[in-house]
Structure formats: structure tokens, C-alpha cells
Design a protein around this ligand. Structure first.
Ligand SMILES: O=C(O)CCC(=O)C(=O)O
Length: 332
């Protein structure tokens, strides 16, 4: 099928999703209609998945992380990205402290609250229906995204975290109402279906942070739909789904979200290149948390490889873009 034909089909898809979204919203138990919607369009929203007090706890914990109460956290791959220094927040309000950071990767490595959220009842319920009975998690990201902070350009999460069976699924917990104005997620419905991973390049678009941007895909921005959700909702999305977020254009406040990445426990996780003597086909990062069911590779034990780190905002420039992308491709 030509790119033009695909783009036309996708425009029709975006219209269908905009006009008939009932099956996109889980309001209680997940049904076969929700699962069918997910398979077709690559995303789903679980409304009221987290109770208000659970979200309050995550927001309190975000302040603790940014204050360095769980220890110092290093800056990420772009030179000059400031890390979290426990001494730096003395005398500052929580809002003043958290607004310095766009996103912290792997918060579950330092916070028990973040770790506990990985096995939340919504994840167990929804993921065992859309992935399968055995589910593991390998990554978390805590977006603070204060007013004025950038979004992330079009990308597919499997570009970063490759599974063997295309089971990668994001579980994006809204810790504030997420709107077009404050930088909610945008998705291209159905873009996961082809199972194609599009290339990435560096970009110079100041609306976005330093992460690479997918290109050469047969869709346009007109094919995208915003996923506006209330605080406490979880947005589930497939690792091949093209998605992005725009900057937070509000004058004040935050668009906080905690996103975990999940996959089937049966799939190996070839996330890092093999070392000398290791076979590519057997590469399997074991820095995981089990969410549901059985771990067929439990006999291998677990590893502790990844460390919490602060992601670059791009506001100070992204350094040498070529170098950034190279490093980022290797990493989380
Ligand atoms: O929350 C955002 O702004 C971007 C999140 C995202 O793209 C992801 O979790 O893959």
C-alpha cells in the first residue's frame, strides 16, 4: 500500500476515533470491546484507575524525589543536565523544587511509592487482558512538566525498548488533568498496526526536548488525536504507536505523569548490546519487576543495572545532537 493510501486510511481512522470513542474508555472492568479497540487503534484510557489519595501520594513522593530525600540523582545523557542535589532545595517550596525538572527516569529505583505503583490493580487488570497472563515491567519515567516546559517529539517506544513479540505497553498515569493546553499525549491511532519501526533523527524544534524524532512514516499531524484525560486516569499505549506531547503552554502549574513500561514475561528483553561471548539471540535484560503471573526466566535471577537519572529539557540546547542520539539509542 502506498504512503498516500495509508495516510488517507489513517485520516479516516483519526475521524473514527474522534467520533466514536466509547470503547476507548474503560469505566469499570475491561471488556472484549476494549481489547478489540486496543488491538485496532493501539491505545486505551482507564478512567479513575487511581484513587485521588493514591495520586496525592504520588505527587507528594515526586516532591521528595526532587528534593533529594532519596539521595542525589545524576543528570542524564546531555552534558550540563543538572541532577538532583539534596542541598539545593533548602528553603524552597515543593513547587519551586519540582519545576526545575522535566522528567526523572527510573524513579522506582529509589522510591518505594513509585515501585509499589508498578503492581497497581489497574495494571494487573488491564495488562493481563491486553498483553497476556504473564507481565513484567522494565522502566519508569516521572514527568513533572511544569508550565513552559517542552514536550517530546513523535516516537515509538519500541525504538528504545525492544521486545521480541511487540508487547511493549506504556501505562501513563495522569497525576494532573492532562489537556491540549498543558501538553497531554497525542497519538496516531492505528499507527502501531503495521508493526514497522520508523527511523529517528535529531531535530531542532524547540517545542520538544532532546529525544530523537521519528520520521519517514506515512502519517501527518492531521492524523493525530489528543488524549485529554482526568487526573487518576491511565493511558495505555502500544510500543509501536506513534505518539508525542506538545509543550505545557499554561502560565502556572504542572502536567505530572508517571509512566511505566510493561511487556510479556515470555519475551526476552534485548535492550543492551551483547558483550563478548554473549549471543544476540539470547540477550535478556533482567532488571525487571514482575507485575502478574509467572516469570519463565526466574531461574536466571534479577539484575540491578539501571539508575535513576534526570532527563535533559533541551532548554540549554542539546549539545552535539549526533552524539546525543547515539547515546540515547543505546540507553533507555
Ligand atoms: O508524557 C510525555 O510528555 C511523553 C511521554 C511519552 O512519550 C512516553 O511515555 O513514551
Amino acid at each position: 500500500m502506498s504512503s498516500a493510501a495509508l495516510a488517507t486510511e489513517s485520516n479516516a481512522t483519526a475521524t473514527a476515533v474522534k467520533s466514536a470513542p466509547a470503547q476507548a474508555f474503560i469505566r469499570g472492568a475491561i471488556t472484549p470491546a476494549h481489547v478489540a479497540f486496543y488491538k485496532e487503534y493501539g491505545f486505551l484510557v482507564h478512567e479513575n484507575a487511581f484513587d485521588p489519595d493514591e495520586i496525592d501520594e504520588l505527587n507528594r513522593d515526586t516532591a521528595k524525589i526532587c528534593r533529594g530525600e532519596y539521595g542525589a540523582v545524576k543528570g542524564g545523557w546531555v552534558a550540563g543536565t543538572e541532577g538532583i542535589d539534596p542541598a539545593a532545595s533548602a528553603g524552597q517550596s515543593d513547587d519551586e523544587v519540582i519545576k526545575k525538572f522535566l522528567c526523572i527516569h527510573f524513579p522506582h529505583k529509589i522510591s518505594q511509592t513509585m515501585l509499589k505503583s508498578i503492581t497497581h490493580r489497574s495494571f494487573v487488570h488491564v495488562l493481563t487482558n491486553i498483553i497476556g497472563p504473564n507481565v513484567k515491567c522494565m522502566q519508569s519515567m516521572l514527568f513533572v512538566k511544569a508550565a513552559g516546559k517542552p514536550g517530546q517529539a513523535w516516537h515509538q517506544d519500541e525504538f528504545y525498548i525492544p521486545t521480541r513479540d511487540r508487547s511493549l505497553t506504556g501505562g501513563w498515569i495522569a497525576m494532573d488533568d492532562a489537556t491540549v493546553e498543558n501538553g497531554c499525549l497525542w497519538v496516531i491511532p492505528g499507527s502501531q498496526k503495521q508493526g514497522v519501526l520508523w527511523p529517528q533523527h535529531t531535530h531542532t524544534d524547540r517545542r520538544f526536548d532532546c529525544a530523537g524524532e521519528s520520521f519517514q512514516f506515512p502519517y501527518t499531524d492531521d492524523d493525530a488525536v489528543p488524549v485529554e484525560v482526568k487526573r487518576g486516569s491511565v493511558v495505555y499505549f502500544n510500543g509501536y504507536l506513534l505518539h508525542r506531547s506538545l509543550p505545557n503552554l499554561k502560565k502556572t502549574g504542572f502536567r505530572r505523569a508517571l509512566v511505566h513500561h510493561f511487556m510479556s514475561a515470555e519475551s526476552l528483553l534485548p535492550w543492551h548490546p551483547p558483550k563478548e561471548g554473549q549471543h544476540m539471540g539470547m540477550m535478556d535484560v533482567r532488571d525487571i519487576v514482575m507485575v502478574a503471573g509467572k516469570d519463565p526466566y526466574a531461574y536466571k535471577g534479577l539484575e540491578d543495572i539501571h539508575k535513576a537519572h534526570v532527563r535533559a529539557t533541551g532548554e540549554g540546547g542539546c549539545g552535539d545532537p549526533k552524539k546525543n542520539l547515539k547515546k540515547e539509542e543505546k540507553k533507555d
